[in-house]
Ligand binder design. Structure first.
Ligand code: PLP
Length: 383
C-alpha cells in the first residue's frame, strides 16, 4: 500500500488537542479548521478578562494582542507586521483594497472561473463605475494556464486577482510567474490565500505579491470572524482607500471628525473594532501551529494528501487533481455521480467531508491519520 510511512506521523500527538475526533473523523479543514483546546482556552481567557476587567482590558491586554496577531500573521507569510491589516473577513478586506485602486486609466480586472466568488464580486459591483471584469475559463476544471493570463493582462489592467490554491480543485498556482505577468504590464497581483496559508508555505516577498488575503477559518485554525490583508510596504503610502473606518486613522483616539489622516502602515486598510473573541481563537490556533512547527505541518500535510491520492487511485476512484505533486494541495476532489449522497453516506459512518461541483472534497490536515481517509475511500469505492 502507498505511504505506510504516514500512518503514525511525527505530529500524531497533536490529535488529542482536537476534541472533534472523540466523536467524528474530521476531514473537512478546507471548509472549517477543527477547534483546538488551545483556541478554546484563549477564548475563555478573553471572556474572563471581559467579565473581570471590562473596558480596562482594552488597554491592559487586548490592544497589544491585536498587534501581536498582526505580527504572527506576518511571520507566516514572510512579511513584516507593518504590512498586515486585520479584518473580520476576506470580503471586507477586499472591499477596502478595491476602493483604493484607480480605475481611470486601468479599468480592467482579470480573474478566473475557479476563484472564490467573493473576489470577483468586489469588481462586478463596480461595473457601473466603468470597471471591466475578465473571467478566465479553466479548460480542465483544475487550473488556468499561465498563457491565458499572459493574453488577458494588458496596460489597461489594474489588478490580477486570483488564488494561490483554488478552492475548486486544490491546484496551487505559480505566484511568481503571475506576478511577472501582472507587473510586466504595470498591474498589481492580488492573491486570495485563504486555502493556502497554513497548509503550504507562503512567501509574499519571494513571490513578489502586492496584496494577499487569508484568515482563520480554515488552515490557520482560528475559526470565523478573523482575516488579514497583506499590502507590500512600497505600496502603502501611495494607496488611500475610500472604504474605511476609525482604525485606519493615524491617531484614532483624538476623535477628530474634521480630518482623516491614514496610518502610514497597513492599518490604513483597516476599518472598525475587530471581533476580539475571534482574535483570541486565532491566537490559540497559531500558538498550536507554531509549536507543532510550520515545516512539520507542511510536510505531514503534503505526505497525507499524496498518500490519499495514491489510495484513491488504487481504489479506482480517479481523483481530479493537478498532474504534478508540487502543484497539488490538501484539497482532494473525488468525482462522484451524486456527491451529496456520498457525503451523507460518509456522515452516517461519522466521517465528515464535503461536496463541490460533481465531487466529494476531502481535505486532510496534520491532525489526521492515514486510517481516517482510508475508511472514507473504502466507503466511496463501495458506492
Ligand atoms: C478561497 C476562499 N476565499 C474566501 C473565502 C471566504 O471569504 P470570507 O472571509 O469573506 O467569508 C473562502 C471560504 O469560505 C475561500 O475558500
Amino acid at each position: 500500500m502507498a505511504g505506510q510511512a504516514v500512518e503514525l506521523h511525527e505530529l500524531a500527538r497533536y490529535r488529542a488537542e482536537f476534541p472533534v475526533f472523540e466523536r467524528q473523523i474530521y476531514l473537512n479543514t478546507c471548509s472549517l479548521g477543527a477547534l483546538s483546546l488551545r483556541s478554546r482556552a484563549w477564548v475563555e481567557r478573553f471572556i474572563l478578562e471581559w467579565q473581570e476587567r471590562g473596558a480596562a482590558a482594552w488597554y491592559d491586554v487586548w490592544w497589544s494582542r491585536l498587534s501581536e496577531l498582526r505580527e504572527r500573521y506576518a511571520a507566516v507569510i514572510g512579511a513584516r507586521r507593518e504590512e498586515v491589516a486585520l479584518h473580520a473577513s476576506v470580503s471586507t478586506a477586499l472591499a477596502v483594497v478595491a476602493s483604493a485602486l484607480d480605475y481611470r486609466h486601468r479599468p480592467r480586472v482579470v480573474t478566473t472561473a475557479l476563484d472564490f466568488p467573493t473576489v470577483v464580486y468586489q469588481w462586478l459591483a463596480k461595473r457601473n463605475e466603468g470597471v471591466e471584469v475578465e473571467i478566465l475559463e479553466s479548460p480542465d476544471g483544475i487550473t488556468v494556464p499561465l498563457e491565458a493570463f499572459e493574453k488577458a493582462v494588458d496596460d489597461r489592467t489594474a489588478v490580477v486577482a486570483t488564488s494561490q490554491v483554488y478552492f475548486t480543485s486544490g491546484a496551487v498556482q505559480d505566484l511568481r510567474a503571475l506576478a511577472e505577468i501582472a507587473h510586466s504590464k504595470g498591474a498589481f497581483l492580488l492573491v486570495d490565500a485563504y486555502q493556502s496559508v497554513g497548509q503550504i508555505p507562503v512567501d509574499v516577498r519571494g513571490e513578489q505579491v502586492d496584496f494577499l488575503l487569508g484568515g482563520g477559518l480554515k488552515w490557520l485554525l482560528g475559526g470565523p470572524g478573523i482575516a488579514f490583508l497583506y499590502v507590500r510596504s512600497e505600496l502603502l503610502e501611495e494607496l488611500s482607500p475610500s472604504v474605511t473606518g476609525w482604525f485606519a486613522d493615524r491617531d484614532q483616539f483624538r476623535f477628530e471628525p474634521r480630518s482623516l489622516e491614514f496610518h502610514r502602515d497597513a492599518r490604513r486598510f483597516e476599518q472598525g473594532t475587530p471581533s476580539l473573541a475571534s482574535v483570541h481563537a486565532q491566537l490559540g490556533g497559531l500558538e498550536l501551529l507554531e509549536e507543532a512547527g510550520w515545516d512539520r505541518v507542511y510536510r505531514v500535510t503534503y505526505e497525507l494528501k499524496e498518500d490519499l491520492i495514491a489510495c484513491a487511485r488504487e481504489a479506482g476512484l480517479e481523483p481530479k487533481v493537478a498532474s504534478e505533486p508540487a502543484r497539488r494541495s490538501s484539497i482532494i476532489m473525488i468525482p462522484s455521480p451524486d456527491p451529496g449522497a456520498a457525503v451523507r453516506t460518509l456522515a452516517e459512518a461519522n466521517i465528515v467531508v464535503d461536496a463541490r461541483a460533481g465531487c466529494v472534497r476531502i481535505s486532510p490536515f496534520f491532525y489526521n491519520y492515514r486510517d481516517d481517509y482510508a475508511g472514507a475511500i473504502e466507503l466511496l469505492k463501495r458506492r
